[in-house]
Write a protein that binds this ligand. Structure first.
Ligand code: FAD
Length: 309
């Protein structure tokens, strides 16, 4: 079932779960065990992120370069296959422009079509290690809006509406955008290209999300905008998350964490309770769904799901 149909049929907010594919070495059984705690809450679908293999380049005496694979994850389609082999659930693989030519994207779509997967989140992806800014792969797509167009171009070959497409949105603006207005104009390009819904980057202040939705509606974006949440779980994340995702953490939350000093469990509790409070408030404001970035952790999200759904 397509996410757009799930959203259209749904009468109350539901949770969706996003997982990161494991690094190589993890077995299928371990992967399935890691998502089992979420299944009790019957999420309607699971998103699986996509990642480029990471290489280190070193110059040889003769001036040539050799590359060494330093980090790779199990590919998103394979992870989706593993989930489908155990659970009766929709899977939503992410597809990124970075590292793929247009032909390679079509080849990935061939695989998804073969598996009967009808949902995709289309993203640009980030720069690779050592790159200052995102550089499109020669023969690949520069922006997620082009990828959305490319997916629809692929569908035309089959004369069928094969995929429901989600895209990313940034309530606190994408870090490269000059301002939120420009970023929303660019977000609208993705929707105009045929995206069916938006999932937001994580945020810790719901007002930021409500303002963003209002601006999007004023800009003529009418598709569902699903809020994305991640519970803060360590003191380190107070600096790490703003740096990695270009977002703000409200002072009320940072003050509470500062008061907890080195008490790891207290910090975990504060982050979990804050996220549960955000989630309840979002549901009371009538959001269609709440998307959880699990980033390899389940305990806090399970607690939030128990409390809110
Ligand atoms: P785009 O929509 O292409 O936007 C990138 C930048 O370009 C923005 O600043 C935008 O304003 C600007 N822009 C867009 N279109 C134009 C245009 N036509 N002209 C000029 N400027 C333009 N990353 C991964 O590597 N793997 C994942 O699985 C993954 N999952 C994600 C899931 C969600 C819900 C979100 C919100 C992000 C995810 N990311 C993932 C991160 C994402 O790849 C990065 O945030 C990336 O930097 C931007 O991706 P995008 O699709 O939003 O890019």
């Amino acid at each position: 079932m397509k996410i757009s149909d799930i959203l259209a049929c749904s009468t109350k907010a539901f949770p969706s779960i996003e997982i990161v594919p494991p690094l190589k070495g993890i077995t299928k059984a371990e992967l399935l065990e890691s998502i089992a705690p979420f299944m009790e809450f019957k999420p309607k679908y699971i998103n699986v992120t996509s990642h480029r293999d990471e290489y280190e380049y070193s110059q040889q005496a003769d001036g040539s370069f050799t590359r060494k694979l330093i980090r790779n994850r199990i590919n998103e389609t394979t992870v989706c296959g593993a989930i489908l082999s155990r659970y009766d659930i929709e899977v939503v693989p992410h597809l990124i422009c970075g590292g793929n030519t247009r032909e390679e994207i079509d080849s990935k779509l061939d695989n998804l079509k073969f598996m009967g997967i009808s949902n995709i989140v289309a993203l640009r992806g980030d720069s690779t290690l050592g790159e200052k800014r995102f550089t499109p792969t020669p023969g690949g797509y520069r922006y997620a809006s082009e990828l959305v167009e490319g997916i629809h171009g692929y569908e035309k070959k089959y004369g069928a509406d094969l995929f429901c497409i989600g895209v990313g949105g940034y309530p606190e603006k994408h870090f490269e955008a000059a301002n939120i207005e420009t970023d929303i104009i660019n977000l609208k390009k993705k929707v105009d290209a045929g995206a069916d819904y938006i999932i937001t980057q994580m945020f810790f202040d719901n007002k930021v999300y409500y303002d963003f939705v209002k601006r999007c509606r004023e800009a003529g974006i009418t598709v569902p905008i699903i809020p994305g949440l991640k519970p803060l779980s360590t003191a380190r994340q107070v600096n790490m998350l703003p740096e990695a995702f270009s977002l703000n953490i409200p002072v009320e939350l940072t003050d509470e964490i500062a008061k907890a000093k080195d008490d790891k469990e207290a910090i975990y509790r504060i982050g979990t309770e804050w996220c549960a409070m955000q989630c309840k408030d979002l549901i009371s404001h009538g959001v269609p769904a709440v998307h959880f970035y699990t980033m390899g952790k389940s305990r806090n999200i399970v607690e939030i799901l128990k409390e809110c759904f």
